[in-house]
Ligand binder design. Structure first.
Ligand code: SF4
Ligand code: SF4
Length: 298
């Protein structure tokens, strides 16, 4: 049997995750457009990749309307880099009228002005606003080969502007370095870096690398037998895995999660209402979520 047929058979035996109800909505507001091109980006984002273009302002606002009717309780903006969107503050404002919002950013475009505007929204918005800033090492030597030249200092500077504006961001670390395999050691190193920069109560989230997109080229990707099989899930796992209660909307349609937007067979259609059903976890990246008990939530 050819390897392709073996893979198809393995995917056909993938488990189905029940759907617990739509609780969380991810909006891929800038699609795959990003101001940098990290070597571990699992959706191959960069300044020239518009395979998922920016969402039009009206598309985001219409989706928010639908989400409110469906009872969504929590929102996330991601990309790409959300602060490249020309209407980002309108979109933040509209979202905060109906629920808490977290924005995932690389921090580089957080100027003093952007930070102050976010600080205002943080203080006066009807719901909470959270920022997640990605940093992949405690030194330029660790971070910059992954995120790009000089990004370590630019990212930290963006986070510091947020702090001065009254927002203590969550620092997200993708554990691409063996140095962070020991989580408690990794947390301790980041805590001491951040405390030295004035973050007296550092917030950290460690994220496993997903071996797809650009990361597949860096790390050789998944092996054929990394797929989940029937019987692998535990009871109630839909309450642990993000895709048990979230959906992601991009300019190109609806997907189960932000991780699989480049997998065309993961696309669930054009409309959120048609995507509220169980899904088969038949992508190798699903094995990472399952093994790590991982959720993209903050
Ligand atoms: S990992 Fe984040 S910051 Fe880096 S290229 Fe991808 S979307 Fe942009
Ligand atoms: S990659 Fe993770 S979040 Fe996405 S569908 Fe698979 S298990 Fe769910």
């Amino acid at each position: 049997m050819s390897q392709d047929l073996v893979d198809l058979a393995a995917r056909a035996n993938a488990p189905t995750l029940p759907f617990a109800g739509l609780d969380t909505l991810w909006l891929q507001v800038t699609g795959t457009l990003c101001n940098i091109a990290c070597r571990h980006c699992f959706i191959t984002c960069g300044p020239k990749n518009d395979s998922h273009p920016m969402m039009a302002r009206e598309h985001v606002l219409d989706t928010l309307d639908v989400a409110r009717r469906l009872g969504v309780r929590e929102y996330y903006f991601t990309g790409g880099e959300p602060f490249m969107h020309p209407h980002i503050f309108d979109l933040i404002d509209a979202t905060l009228q109906q629920g808490p919002l977290s924005i995932l950013t690389n921090g580089i475009l957080i100027t003093e002005d952007v930070a102050q505007r976010l600080g205002d929204l943080f203080r006066r918005g009807p719901y909470s606003l959270d920022l997640r800033v990605s940093l992949d090492g405690t030194t330029p030597e660790e971070n910059d080969p992954i995120r790009g030249k000089n990004t370590f200092h630019q990212i930290l500077a963006g986070g510091e502007r947020l702090l001065r504006a009254g927002i203590n961001p969550v620092w997200t670390v993708t554990t691409v370095h063996a140095a962070f395999d020991d989580r408690s050691e990794g947390y301790a190193r980041f805590r001491s870096l951040l405390e030295a920069r004035g973050f007296t109560r550092p917030r950290l989230k460690f994220i496993p690398p997903f071996l797809i997109g650009r990361e597949a080229r860096r790390s050789q990707g998944y092996a054929a037998d990394d797929l989940l099989q029937e019987g692998d899930l535990f009871e109630g796992e839909e309450h642990v895995l993000q895709c048990g209660s979230c959906r992601t909307v991009t300019a190109r349609g609806v997907y189960p999660c932000p991780i699989l937007i480049e997998a065309q067979d993961a696309r669930m259609g054009d409309h959120l209402e048609g995507a509220l059903h169980p899904i088969r976890l038949d992508h190798p990246a699903c094995a990472t979520c399952h093994q790590e008990g991982f959720s993209c939530r903050t």
